[in-house]
Design a protein around this ligand. Structure first.
Ligand code: SF4
Length: 59
């Protein structure tokens, strides 16, 4: 499973960094997604909570 992020779609609601802080984080000013850092279940739930649709799951 891979998660992609579209910076132009993101509305900076912060649901991703709140829901799965080990997966979605900002490192040196860049948005990083580490899908190995949490359960697939929580990552899917967190992506589902993204209000803008900036996050997408690719199987
Ligand atoms: S939850 Fe979605 S809209 Fe909010 S900061 Fe994360 S990617 Fe952006």
């Amino acid at each position: 499973m891979k998660v992609t992020y579209d910076a132009e779609t993101c509305t900076h609601a912060g649901e991703c960094v709140k829901g799965a802080p080990n997966v979605f984080k900002v490192v040196d000013g860049a948005f990083v997604i580490d899908t190995a850092a949490d359960s697939e279940e929580n990552i899917r739930a967190t992506v589902g909570n993204c209000p803008s649709g900036a996050l997408k799951i690719h199987e």
